[in-house]
Each structure stands twice: as structure tokens, then as C-alpha cells.
Write a protein that binds this ligand. Structure first.
Ligand code: MN
Ligand code: MN
Length: 454
């Protein structure tokens, strides 16, 4: 009998066989992460993986039956993967896992092109919570879509293929940065200075702005777009390149957008792999990093409509279904970082390699603006995880009154669905390259399987 609670280190607990499973699983995740840098990328990748497994597109009003494997794509930026079980949904509800697939980045402004000093640039407007200085002097790739006149949607991805050019935001040389270096970190680089180099060869004409006109000519020659097409586009800069293993033992992975693809991937694989007769929905949400607003964010009615349509399709009362449903809001949390130990409360934070971390509440200023999961819900998950041998921990984001954060949990709980946050601890969260542990990633997969099979 253990009277005292101690966190377990998954790498210490795992035998050689499980260690191999952990490392193999991470390879699949790294592939997923590389093709899922934006919400559109993640949605397209998930759709492809669903189709490979025989999942069929669902449209509102379609007939459904037990055993159906479906997916619902919402405006190409938000996908719901659905497995219909044999259990009575009115009695057992649906099991929901909700992660988000948007990540902090630099969106292009509607009129982004300008030139100065003999160079043409693209102006950006940052998306989500970033530390601006981290986005200068790193290789950037351009991702997104341009909607051309007449409605044709063109996909853009520049900077990922071997041999592609990358984009780059300059920073001041230290020799001339005396004033800049004396500024607080948050104001040393301004949002209006996050302009990425586009081109610099002038055209042969005598126009006043021949670098900009050469840039526009190049965009037209290469991609068939004109300046106004930027106004009907969704283009963003994200860090270029693939996820990489970190450290000599390769226990960790660095990559762009672990928040929150590192939870989206396990909820999807858990849905694919688990043996459950419950009806399950895995959500890849958009717009979490900017407050979950809009038609593809979790504050929209789409999930409610989907639950209603599934319920009616199975001949069940949607209200009963919702009130008997449960949700894991699968989102990352902060991993303890010894370099910044003063912002963590050591007994109540999450540690790298100690498994998926359950967060009863987020919020700030006295648990404001949070779903605070009930003891009953946490108890339900505890039993599920312990029965299945999942390595897990609990943690708060950081010390009281140091800051705070939020997830989609409260928006799902607002529908009358018991919800609890759980996710993979991340080092350098929201940085261009974040770090996670392969053991924690696999623990998250096991935790989601345990939730579905309970
Ligand atoms: Mn997140
Ligand atoms: Mn985030």
C-alpha cells in the first residue's frame, strides 16, 4: 500500500518492449506534425488518414447506424472524426476528445507587399500568443490558400521542400542594438517590424518602386496572382522544416505546433485503435489560440448540431445524449523548466516524462474563466487510467497569479457535458520550436484509449 503519492517517470517504468512502442509511435506523430502545421494542413492530413481506414464523409441529415465510421469536415479547418458504437447513446452519451490544430504563427496582412531599402517584404499580423523576438532570424515557410476571382481556391506551400527558398525576418545587429537591448523583452521587437523578405531583384523599368513591381511580376509569373488576391487569401508564415529528435537518447522531439497537435494525434489514434462500443467523437478544433471564436472555433454551434444530428440519426433524445456524455479536452500544459523554476509550484506542476497531465482547472485570478472539472469526473478518469496502466500526472499551469491560460474545455462543459483537461507537457510552449517527450506523447495515446474503453 502506497500511502504517499509519487509521480512516475515513464522512461523508468517502461520495459524494452514498451520503449520500442513509444519510439515507434513518435515516428508516426512526427510525420503527422510535419504535414499539419496549420489547421487546414491538420484537417487534410486527418481526412486522408480517415479515408485510408475506410471512414466516410458525413453530411448533416445523413442516416447513421451502429458501426459507422465517419468524418465531418467543417470549412476545411476543423474536422470531427466519428465512430458510432452499439451502446445506447441516450443512456451512455458520446465520448468526446477535443484538441485544437491551430498554432501561433504570423498571418499575412490583407495588403502585405511593400518595398524599402531595395528589398520587397510581406507584412504580417501575428496570430495567437507569441514572443515576437523568437520569430526573427529563423527559416520560415509560407502556408495557406488564395481564393482567386471566381472562387477557385489555390493551395500555397513554399519553404518545406528540399531546395525551396525560405522566408526570413531580420533583426538588428548587436553592434547597433544598444537601445533595443535595453528595452523590455515584450517591446524590443514590434509587431509592425515582423516583415518577411520576399525578393530584392529590381525589374528593368524606370518605375519609382521597381523592387515591388518586380516582386508582383514574380508572384504573377510563378503563381498567377495579383496584389489584390492577397485580400482574399489566408496565408501565414510558420517555421520551416521537419520535427527533430532532441538529445543523445532521442527521448524528446522538437517541432513547430506541438500545441496542440501533440494531443490531436493521440486522440485520433485512440479513436482508430480502441475497442469500445461507445459512440466517439474526436474533434480537431480551429481558432483556440485566439479565443475559440468564429465558425470553426469551439464556441460555434457546430459541435452541438453534430451531437443533435447523430442523436436523432440513432433515434435518441439529443438532450439525454448530451447530459450523459463525457469529454476530455485534450490540450497541452507547461512542463517544469528548471531555467525558470520561479514561475512553477514544484508540487503542482507537470514534469517531462511523467506521463499525460490531467489539469482540473486552468484560468487566472482565482480560477477565473475556467472549466473546473468535478471530483467525480476526475475520479472517473483516474479509475480509467489506473485500470489500464497509464502513466499520468496532475499539474497546474504555473504558480498562482503569475499568469494563466485557457482551453476549449469550458465551451464543451457549457453544453452540459462533463469535461476535464488533459494533455502532454510542453517545454517552450508557443515558441517556433517546442519540445515534448515521446513517452508523454505515447502516455497520452494510452490515456485516450483508456478513456474510450472505460
Ligand atoms: Mn493549446
Ligand atoms: Mn496554445
Amino acid at each position: 500500500m502506497d500511502f504517499e503519492y509519487k509521480r512516475k517517470n515513464y522512461y523508468k517504468e517502461a520495459d524494452e518492449k514498451e520503449l520500442k512502442v513509444i519510439f515507434d509511435y513518435a515516428e508516426g506523430y512526427k510525420k503527422f506534425l510535419y504535414t499539419s502545421k496549420t489547421e487546414r494542413g491538420a484537417t487534410a492530413t486527418a481526412k486522408k488518414l480517415c479515408e485510408e481506414r475506410g471512414y466516410k464523409p458525413y453530411a448533416f441529415g445523413d442516416k447513421i447506424k451502429a458501426g459507422d465510421k465517419l468524418y465531418f469536415v467543417n470549412r476545411d479547418k476543423n474536422i470531427f472524426i466519428i465512430r458510432v458504437g452499439t451502446k445506447d447513446v441516450a443512456k451512455h452519451g458520446v465520448k468526446i476528445m477535443a484538441a485544437h490544430v491551430d498554432s501561433p504563427r504570423l498571418d499575412l496582412k490583407p495588403n502585405p507587399v511593400f518595398s524599402d531599402g531595395g528589398m520587397a517584404y510581406l507584412k504580417t499580423h501575428y496570430y495567437g500568443g507569441i514572443k515576437k523576438y523568437q520569430w526573427t532570424t529563423i527559416p520560415l515557410a509560407l502556408h495557406g490558400v488564395v481564393v482567386l476571382k471566381g472562387g477557385k481556391c489555390m493551395n500555397v506551400c513554399i519553404g518545406e521542400e528540399e531546395g525551396d527558398p525560405i522566408f526570413y525576418i531580420s533583426d538588428l545587429l548587436p553592434h547597433l542594438a544598444q537601445e533595443q537591448s535595453a528595452k523590455p523583452l515584450g517591446t524590443a521587437i514590434s509587431g509592425e517590424n515582423l516583415n518577411a523578405l520576399l525578393s530584392c531583384i529590381p525589374d528593368g523599368g524606370d518605375e519609382k518602386d521597381d523592387v515591388k513591381s518586380a516582386a508582383l511580376k514574380l508572384l504573377h509569373d510563378k503563381y498567377g496572382i495579383t496584389e489584390i488576391d492577397f485580400q482574399t487569401s489566408e496565408l501565414c508564415f510558420v517555421p520551416a522544416g521537419k520535427p527533430r529528435d532532441v538529445g543523445l537518447d532521442r527521448a524528446l522531439v522538437s517541432g513547430y505546433g506541438h500545441d496542440d497537435k501533440v494531443c490531436a494525434y493521440p486522440e485520433m489514434t485512440a479513436l482508430f485503435d480502441s475497442n469500445t462500443q461507445d459512440t466517439v467523437i474526436a474533434v480537431f478544433a480551429d481558432k483556440e489560440e485566439t479565443g475559440s471564436y468564429g465558425v470553426t472555433g469551439m464556441q460555434s454551434r457546430v459541435i452541438l448540431d453534430l451531437i443533435e444530428c447523430i442523436s436523432r440519426g440513432l433515434g435518441a433524445d439529443p438532450v439525454l445524449v448530451r447530459y450523459n456524455s463525457k469529454c476530455v479536452s485534450a490540450d497541452v500544459t507547461a512542463a517544469y523548466d528548471p531555467a525558470y523554476s520561479d514561475v512553477y509550484e514544484k508540487r503542482n506542476c507537470s514534469y517531462i516524462n511523467c506521463g499525460a497531465s490531467l489539469t482540473k482547472y486552468h484560468g487566472a485570478r482565482g480560477k477565473n474563466s475556467t472549466n473546473d472539472a468535478s471530483a467525480e469526473m476526475v475520479g472517473y478518469l483516474r479509475d480509467a487510467f489506473d485500470d489500464a496502466g497509464v502513466i499520468w500526472q496532475t499539474g497546474e499551469l504555473g504558480k498562482i497569479d503569475i499568469g494563466g491560460g485557457g482551453t476549449v474545455a469550458m465551451y464543451i462543459a457549457n453544453l452540459g457535458i462533463d469535461t476535464c483537461d488533459m494533455g502532454v507537457p510542453v517545454l517552450s510552449m508557443h515558441a517556433p520550436y517546442e519540445i515534448i517527450s515521446k513517452a508523454d506523447l505515447y502516455a497520452m495515446h494510452k490515456a485516450m484509449v483508456a478513456f474510450l474503453e472505460k
